[in-house]
Design a protein around this ligand. Structure first.
Ligand SMILES: [Zn+2]
Length: 657
């Protein structure tokens, strides 16, 4: 799919590196028409790329922001402030939860980018908030908490493998935290009251009063404005809504509207129905529900608003029986109504909604802010989000992220053993696992730079684009130099050593194959390389690091030191032709081989997309390794729904050194 974006959305002053302070202030004042915190985020992300303690802080803040679906460190900061204002326990447990779950996700070898975006940390944060309501801040409680956060992370990882990747493409949200918390409460009730190995004084077990959270108020004694704020907990609400506003105005408006609606409806309920945790219901269910469905998991628009209103009603209808039922068991309902409602509505939209209203859900890897999702262009094509119909048909060969089948590995190794000349066609997927962001994905790295503007034509003619490009390139180089070859690259090196490797045709520009020690003569970089630049005037080629000192000294656009011509990276830009001699060599060598491994590419863009057709005509056997289906799967001898690194980690064990 091509992502259409109005280039006017990125004014020339988008990258205000040398931006006067008055202009920055004006930009802030323009807040209501355009909230742009890029000028703050860019330097911050630059600092984070260099220092790991800052990266840890960044992950913590993003984890807190993700509680309300905002991957913005500032939103996270406001959330943390809100928590600190309401309860010191919530603050402590939330921070610990984010740290433990993120670190443990690393240990579980989950995707580093998801972890850094706070996708794992936020369940730790939510679990921490729950914990602070029901348990005292004591050492036994903290130890138990850490253990349970680890369980939450395992549950989340398992649920993501089932729900998020592959065909369902449904978010797991705070379901892992809510389910694990309810289970741990049940186990603790049993340990305290039946087995008696934990003394109740270490833990606050609320019994019947479970809906009265244990929140000490630091402002309780205050009078005047502070007192008023504290009584209504308005100070915390203000912080939360400020955090939402920083991230997205659409989310802010939706959250504000539906929260007020929720308040009105709860107040209108008959008194006998009260005391079911209205505050938890509104803050932890209605508010995220409004954000999630108004523009986040569905592109913002009239249909999304209709679905949000409907889901508001569903959530209410779920809440009343759920809270009644669970209260009998002395268990809280937490965020269950919200989670169930969102999953129900998304399933419905995928199945029926798409047919009736041209409405599709946003593929999970494109979920950013409602504004950016609108920028990407709607409606999303149905190929991106599989319908229920496809789900059922594809189910037997379903993607499996964590369970490698011994049988698959054995037949793959057998194919390799019987082949004499193996070619590899590799896409961005093989590098993302080494930490290089995928250009087509929504990795937060690219979004900041408006990569759609980096066309060949723009680079030749517009000084502002050149300058913006080099700002991006400097950060990209940091990632490239930090990237290490992964298990896939190691497996290819083994093939090379065995003398079986014909060539690698790659769309990647990061030089990871060469870094892995593979014969450079066998690596055909059809999209060029980011490791060299060349002069557009005299054609001289320089290593990329030669111009780093000039860029670091503040030169916005570097020029050739021989003839002062414009320097361009040796990567192939959009709108630029691929070097025909490399492409011809690639095709010749692929047709000469007897096995082609196509890996980590969705085969959407020509000429790479048509290479499998040619290979098929020449009778070359093919193996496709990609977590998602590709349009050419029917040509392959074997299709493996795995990410390259995970699959080859297992393969490497079998094929040995
Ligand atoms: Zn030159």
């Amino acid at each position: 799919m091509t992502i259409l974006r109005d280039s006017n959305a990125y004014p020339p002053d988008y990258f205000p590196e040398n931006f006067p302070m008055t202009a920055r202030i004006r930009n802030i004042l323009k807040g209501w028409t355009r909230i742009d915190t890029t000028w703050l985020l860019l330097p911050w992300e630059h600092l984070c790329a260099k220092s790991w303690p800052l990266r840890a802080v960044d992950t913590l803040l993003r984890s807190c922001g993700q509680v309300i679906f905002a991957e913005h460190p500032l939103t996270g900061l406001f959330m943390l402030l809100a928590m600190a204002m309401v309860s010191r326990g919530a603050f402590l447990f939330a921070c610990t939860g984010a740290a433990v779950s993120s670190l443990f996700a690393f240990a579980l070898k989950e995707d580093r980018h998801y972890i850094q975006r706070g996708i794992f940390g936020f369940n730790g944060v939510i679990f921490g908030i729950f914990w602070s309501w029901y348990f005292l801040t004591s050492t036994p409680s903290l130890l138990l908490f850490i253990l349970m956060v680890m369980v939450t992370t395992i549950v989340q990882s398992a649920m993501m493998n089932r729900l998020s990747y592959g065909f369902f493409n449904l978010p797991v949200m705070s379901l892992p935290a809510a389910l694990t918390f309810i289970c741990s409460l049940m186990i603790l009730y049993w340990l305290v009251f039946n087995v008696g190995i934990i003394s109740p004084e270490h833990l606050y077990l609320p019994g019947n009063e479970l809906l009265t959270p244990l929140i000490p108020f630091p402002f309780q004694e205050a009078s005047g404005i502070l007192g008023f704020l504290a009584v209504h907990k308005l100070h915390a609400w203000i912080m939360i809504f400020l955090g939402i506003l920083i991230n997205s105005r659409i989310s802010f408006a939706a959250a504000a509207f539906f929260t007020l609606m929720g308040l009105a409806c709860v107040t209108a309920l008959p008194p006998a129905w009260m005391n079911r945790g209205e505050e938890i219901f509104i803050g932890f269910n209605i508010l995220p529900l409004a954000i999630a469905l108004s523009g986040l998991f569905m592109p913002f628009g009239r249909p999304a608003l209709v679905y949000t209103c409907l889901s508001f009603l569903i959530c209410f209808t779920l809440w009343i029986p759920l809270s009644t039922l669970l209260a009998v068991l002395h268990l809280p309902f937490l965020t269950l109504p919200f989670n169930f409602t969102v999953i129900l509505v998304l399933l419905y939209v995928k199945k029926a909604g798409a047919a009736h209203s041209q409405m599709t859900t946003v593929p999970l890897d494109r979920v950013t802010t409602p504004e950016q999702i609108l920028d990407m262009g709607i409606p999303f094509s149905l190929n991106d989000t599989l319908s229920w119909h496809t789900v059922r048909h594809a189910f037997p060969g379903r993607a499996s992220h964590c369970h490698l089948l011994r049988q698959e590995i054995n037949s793959f190794v057998k194919l390799i053993d019987s082949a004499e000349r193996i070619s590899i066609l590799s896409g961005a997927g093989t590098s993302t696992e080494s930490g290089i962001p995928d250009f087509r994905g929504n990795a937060s790295f690219w979004r900041r730079f408006g990569p759609e503007d980096f066309t060949y034509q723009n680079f030749l003619t517009r000084a502002d684009i050149q300058a913006r490009y080099w700002v991006m390139d400097r950060q990209f180089q940091v990632l490239v130099s930090a990237a290490r070859p992964n298990d896939f690259h190691k497996a290819v090196r083994k093939l090379d050593k065995k003398g079986k490797l014909e060539c690698i045709v790659t769309q990647n520009v990061d030089g990871l194959f060469q870094k892995a020690g593979i014969d450079p003569a066998k690596v055909l970089e059809i999209h060029g390389t980011a490791r060299h630049v060349h002069c557009l005037n005299c054609g001289a080629v320089f290593p990329r690091q030669d111009i780093e000192s000039a860029l670091a000294a503040g030169v916005p656009v570097p020029h050739c030191h021989v003839c002062h011509g414009l320097l361009k990276p040796m990567t192939v830009f959009m709108g630029e032709d691929i070097n025909p001699s490399i492409l011809t060599e690639a095709l010749e060598r692929i047709c000469r081989s007897d096995l082609l491994i196509v890996i980590g590419t969705s085969l959407q863009v020509d000429p790479v997309a048509s290479i499998p057709d040619l290979a098929w005509q020449k009778g070359v056997q093919m193996v496709f390794i990609n977590p998602h289906p590709t349009p050419k799967d029917h040509l392959a001898t074997m299709v493996l729904r795995h990410t390259g690194s995970r699959f080859f980690k297992a393969v490497n064990k079998v094929i040995g050194a």
